[in-house]
Design a binder for this molecule. Sequence first.
Ligand code: ACO
Length: 325
Amino acid sequence: MRRYSRIAGTGSYLPPRRLTNADLAAELATKGVETSDEWIVERTGIRARHFAAPDVGSSDLALKASQRALEAAGLEASQIDLIIVATSTPDMVFPSTACILQHKLGNAGAAAFDVQAVCSGFVYALTVADAMIQSGAAQRALVVGAEVFSRLLDFTDRTTCVLFGDGAGAVVLEASDEPGILASDLHADGKHVGILCVPGHVSGGQVLGDPLLKMDGQAVFKLAVGVLEDAARATLAKAGKTDADIDWLIPHQANIRIMQSTARKLKLPLDKVVVTVDQHGNTSAASIPLALDSAVRAGQVKRGQHLMLEGVGGGFTWGAVFLRY
Ligand code: ACO
């Protein structure tokens, strides 16, 4: 009998400080940077985002999301034997945010490591956890996307600083005879490093290079639309399914226009797409598990339904996971 990994519970957390577009526009105006609610909504679909307080790190957001996911799964942290955190905004250079989270959860002994695939991080982490559970290397995994992207933003660059937010989402994945994750498909093409990056790094006690986010928005947009369709189709083919089998598309929440375009290509009506970008902005690796948990708790996503999760981001990285919830 095939051994699957199955989602046993989901959780998420947003830091309390919420900025509407109008709030952000007012803050930016004090720096001489001009933007408007109208421009942001029309180009991106974003209406608000949450920013973490300065003393709050990714592991703090991850902790709250994880506790909620564990509660939903009816499990204690001590029952987890694998912790993977997808993040591009780790608390420290090392050790991993997963190890810091592990300690905060009071779990000792589980394997713990981070995955760095930017906005595709959660589908990468879920695929790795699924493979480890299928192989018998793990029984119960906590898979988390957690970000404080506000720390990477250049608040004098209106083309990027209006797009991102902070937050965390988590799932508990456990071994099961019932499906489960049915298929996944991951890719990267490092020749596109320059279109979306934070080029700075730590060296000799200093930050060398610019530690703020740089993006060629139009290049990212064009690449994202193409690869998201390819990844979804490849994943469906591996699972022996078709577009018609998708109950919910839960894409990375970067821009409503990218999400609408992907849905059109997959011939999915827009009411089958989970949308949280309007309230969260782009939370990078946290966006898919945040959207999943919101949809589960809102009663949209139900047990037995088939979900297509897909991510795309810096690297350039992309991928999809098709699963029975
Ligand atoms: N407020 C007001 N005006 C703005 C703003 C702003 N925040 N930002 C840019 N503009 C202006 C520009 O200066 C430009 O003015 P000009 O015509 O006088 O020169 C005009 O708006 C149009 O700018 P464009 O960059 O051409 O706008 P575009 O329609 O391409 O939208 C955007 C920009 C929203 C970034 C779009 O390219 C996009 O969504 N790209 C995808 C990128 C993305 O989602 N990245 C997220 C990270 S990657 C990932 O998660 C997949």
